[in-house]
Design a protein around this ligand. Structure first.
Ligand code: S3P
Length: 738
């Protein structure tokens, strides 16, 4: 019956019914919108305000001739109306409603109609305002709002499709949910806040000096209680209709308030900070996932494109954000320590924030980050609590792999999930050795996330000969080793970043190092400390390469971490002939730091020494760009790990550089790049990989046309503020968000 809807009958011309009528009339979805309301004045107003085409005088006739009947009466009146209209519903008439509760309606329909007809599709538009009545009807009310349909097992797909279409033409987005789930979700997100707003205002209004209170109640009171001006009868009915789910939420809330009360009474600021910081971050997260409509369930896809104009030089002195690897570990070890750990220079990128959130989810109180400062109230090695749901770590492989080791040893079950890119990355490399230690870990097909980790397993230390050079695998096993019986040791085929080892020692936890073998044993504790996170050499790399390829450039990068396990990029650039100086070398909190000055000097192609590859593993996208601008051939081998990073970085760089006209050939474990004097412009796919996006931004300095880089949102995972900093030093990049 597509497009052939003749009559829609809306029973109940309140705000929702009236707005639907107005929107349907405007859309041309049906030939005629007929309205019915017990209140003759409202009904007449419906016609005169253009909300409906026609007022139904007798309900039976109107029902008999309607193609779609929409029940838009208060939830408590649904049963009565349904009883009235049941005898007149044709077998092919679609029946739907707009009520805020669904179980009660479905039960009532079962009683009244006997078997539930396939034409019955309950629905609930998540829209409204504190205004009521037909005069408030607004054809735009549903635009970009969600409508939840709760089809029943025997609702026909055609009926569901048609009801969905009716809502889509109003500009709404249509979702489906099970009846019971709908009622639980709405009890928490809508019914409870309304009941609380009514209750708070009523409580305050009953105080003797209420006028005084209201006179001085400013923004907070107004914001919190706006919905207490809603229709009292409607909300009474909703409260009663969704009784069980609402009672459950009131009890949970009451328990929460009691916890807060006790904390205030006992002067327990830490518990209060915990409640407030968790709430603050949940609220911020919520605002982010809201696309200006309620009840969005998935992260919205962010569409960020970089447009980079060719040419320019880079000059200046800058400080790039904090080291990602160290930031992750500061949260992890700070949480597991006894006492309060204070971190400065923390990277406020999405990856390290995902780790921070995961620990908050596991009950750790964490203040900040505020301008890179974080305060972690450690819970000790045995103080983590089960998270309320799966731990979502976004794009961050480090979070997922390190957490897997830690969670495998906890007394509770956990689940780790991530974004689309992370979900493609190999996790068997950590699951396998952890299983040898006694862990129970289930992966999705092909050893990919999500990971389900069974708690309560007692782990035993092992010796593991790591088949690949991976600091994430090594660190994962060390974290599990803090809990495993006896010693846990790992040998690595080549040195990888040793931040875990250094930081564990910084927290007073013994770590033995013997050549390429690192050993920890359980039975010790971590003692809180201060951590000063140096700037990330991986982020600094983009500016080092920028200056190295661009005549006239001279840049100084301050306070960069130059841990020997991370300086492959410095060694490789120097081998290529870069003019790179380390100034004011010093040590900060167990990590070596320096200012790095790079001035332009012509680069030449080299065979990259394989022993430098793990020490520069994240820097290859930028190094490929340097090679493309060097004179002669650069050959990279032994870098197969690049194929399993946030994207297949070998392929992404080969494709992108070929687009810019570079002679480059990918190999299974690297690439052969023949340097070109100039690069061309073009459109680059970054494959949602932050480092690919930033590498091609830098490439524009040597291009002769604009470079457009697609899918750059993930630059925020490791380098918030990249575009602004790049602009500041002279790269002609702009960001387009769509
Ligand atoms: C990291 C280790 C490296 C690196 C990643 C961060 C870490 O990964 O690529 O960006 O913090 O331990 P692998 O261990 O997979 O080489």
């Amino acid at each position: 019956m597509n497009a052939a809807v003749n009559e829609v009958l809306i029973i109940g011309l309140g705000l929702i019914g009236g707005s639907l009528g107005k929107a349907l009339r405007r859309s041309g979805f049906c030939r005629k919108v007929v309205g019915y309301d017990r209140n003759a004045m409202e009904l007449a107003a419906g016609v005169s305000l253009g909300v409906i085409d026609e007022a139904a005088l007798a309900l039976p006739d109107a029902v008999a001739s309607a193609d779609i009947v929409v029940l838009a009466v208060p939830v408590k009146a649904m049963e009565r109306v349904l009883t009235d209209i049941a005898p007149f519903l044709r077998a092919d008439t679609l029946l739907t409603d707009v009520g805020s509760t669904k179980s009660n309606l479905v039960e009532a329909a079962g009683r009244i109609l006997g078997e539930l007809p396939p034409t019955f599709v309950p629905g609930h538009p998540i829209a409204g305002s504190e205004k009521s009545g037909v005069a408030a009807a607004d054809a735009e009310l549903f635009r970009r709002h969600k409508v939840i349909l709760t089809p029943l097992p025997n609702s026909s797909p055609e009926a569901v499709r048609q009801v969905a279409r009716m809502w889509l033409v109003t500009g709404a987005e249509v979702l489906q949910m099970e009846v019971r789930r709908h009622d639980e979700v709405l009890a928490a997100t809508s019914h409870l806040p309304h009941l609380l707003a009514f209750s708070l205002v009523d409580t305050l209004a009953q105080e003797e000096d209420s006028t005084e209170i209201f006179r001085y109640a400013a923004g907070g009171f107004r914001d919190f209680t706006r919905i207490a001006a809603s229709d009292p009868v409607m909300w009474r009915d909703i409260g009663l209709a969704n009784k069980q789910a609402v009672l459950k939420q009131i009890d949970r809330f009451t328990a929460g308030v009691a916890r807060l009360r006790a904390a205030i009474e006992q002067g327990d600021g830490e518990t209060m900070t915990g409640i407030f910081t968790r709430a603050q971050s949940a609220r911020q997260h919520f605002s982010r996932i809201l696309t200006s409509t309620a009840y969005s369930q998935a992260m919205t896809t962010r569409n960020v494109t970089f447009h980079v104009q060719p040419g320019g030089t880079v000059n200046g002195t800058i400080r790039v954000p904090g080291d990602k690897s160290i930031s992750h570990r500061s949260i992890m070890l700070g949480s597991l320590a006894d006492g309060i750990t204070e971190v400065s220079g923390f990277l406020e990128g999405e990856d390290s924030l995902a780790t921070l959130q995961a620990f908050r989810d596991m009950g750790v109180v964490i203040e900040g980050p505020y301008q890179g400062e974080v305060k972690i109230y450690g819970v000790g090695l045995h103080g983590l609590q089960a998270a309320p749901g799966p731990l979502y770590v976004g794009n961050s492989g480090t979070s997922m792999r390190l957490l897997t080791g830690l969670l495998a040893a906890q007394p509770f079950d956990s689940e780790l999930t991530g974004d689309a890119s992370l979900t493609k990355r190999p996790m068997e490399r950590v699951a396998k050795p952890l299983r040898q230690m006694g862990a129970q870990i289930e992966t999705a097909e092909g050893g990919r996330p999500p990971l389900k980790i069974k708690g309560g397993q007692s782990l035993t230390g092992i010796h593991y000969d790591m088949p690949m050079a991976s600091a994430q695998v090594k660190s994962c096993l060390m974290l599990a080793g803090l809990y495993a019986e006896g010693q846990t040791s790992v040998t690595e085929p080549a040195p990888t970043r040793d931040h875990s080892e250094r930081m564990l020692r910084g927290f007073g936890y013994p770590v033995e190092q013997d050549g390429n073998k690192v050993t920890v044993e359980s039975g010790h504790r971590l003692q809180s400390c201060q951590i000063d996170v140096p700037s990330d050499i991986s982020s600094a790399t983009f500016f080092m390469v920028a200056a190295a390829i661009c005549p006239g450039s001279d840049i100084t990068l301050q306070h960069v971490g130059i841990n020997p396990t991370r300086i492959g990029v410095i060694n490789i650039l120097r081998l290529m002939g870069a003019d790179l100086e380390l100034l004011d070398e010093r040590e900060v909190g167990g990590e070596p730091v320096a200012d790095i000055r790079v001035r332009y000097a012509p680069l030449k192609g080299i065979q990259v020494p394989e022993d430098q590859v793990p020490l520069a593993i994240d820097e290859f996208p930028a190094l490929f760009v340097a090679a493309a601008c060097a004179e002669g051939e650069t050959v990279v081998t032994g870098a197969e790990e690049l194929r399993v990073k946030e994207s297949d970085r070998i392929q992404a760089m080969v494709d992108g550089l070929q687009t810019l006209g570079v002679d480059i050939q990918g190999t299974p474990d690297g690439a052969i790049i023949r340097g070109a004097g100039k690069l061309g412009g073009g459109v680059i796919e970054s494959h949602d990989d932050h480092r690919i996006a930033m590498a091609f931004t830098v490439a524009a300095l040597r291009a002769d046309g604009e470079i457009k880089v697609n899918e750059c949102a993930n630059v925020a995972t490791s380098f918030p503020g990249f575009v602004e900093l790049a602009q500041q030093v002279g790269i002609k990049v702009t960001k387009e968000e769509g």
